[in-house]
Design a protein around this ligand. Sequence first.
Ligand code: NAD
Length: 277
Amino acid sequence: MNKIIDGKKISLERKEELIKKVNELKSKLALVVISVGSNEASKVYVHQKEKMALEIGYNFLNLHFDNILEDDLINEIDKLNKDKKITGIIVQLPLPVNLNKDRILNSINPLKDVDGLTNNNLIKLIKKEESLLPCTPKGIMTLFDYYNVDFIGKNVVIVGRSELVGLPLFHLLLNKNATVTLCHSKTKDLSHYTKEADILISAVGKKDLITRDMIKENSILIDVGINRYENKLYGDINSECIDISNLMTPVPGGVGPMTVISLMENVYLANSLQMRK
Ligand code: NAD
């Protein structure tokens, strides 16, 4: 069995399916990405989203501000919330430090919150109600579905508790009846937990945080981390871990492509949820 989880291939399969569904819609869906400031990495991410959105057949708009006051930004979001032509709204993170991220994110209509980051959507996720899920956790759950992973009786260890990745994953996996441990920067003796993991997910951003001596044999390893080192990309999990694992996501080409396709799937789902309202 091939041990590498080919996120690129799986995301391409899903892209083809999504394009077919989008072609059957009567009207064109639209994704807006709001960006503020001049973060170079953000520019690359916005461009990637634009490219994919256009390939899927969505309209795309990047609403960019060099500078904007918090209240003015919230007014702009409110206009988009009310605009029937706009299906999904993203605020590209990170925002400049003078802007209150939580207040801004929570001003997005939850039915248009295609990044799944509003409090409203987080509560729905916890309560197992249908909602727009954050894209990286959604992409990882899609991978588990693809491999028919059964969580009952399994120890899942997540390293990293961010609102973007670790925290929503904790609830999604708990809702699947896994026994979930959430480790973070204040966890003492990380390997004590990782060695017990049937499924280990690392979302930290530290190259070689997880080494071969820290994992259980035949475990499933999901590497969310992105670390640039000497012009190459690495995850958090040392690549030697593949020798004793059952399945492992590579970096790049694992979780990353699943995150992007999940965003595109969220735009389609947002439209369905809005039609039902
Ligand atoms: P974050 O900085 O918000 O959170 C990092 C988490 O790691 C925190 O909860 C912190 O407590 C924990 N942590 C830090 N040092 C630790 C240590 N030594 N031991 C255990 N836990 C530790 O980051 P994030 O936004 O969740 O992103 C994490 C990583 O995942 C980054 O490398 C980011 O680039 C990457 N990422 C990738 C994708 C993707 O699509 N592949 C998407 C989102 C984030």
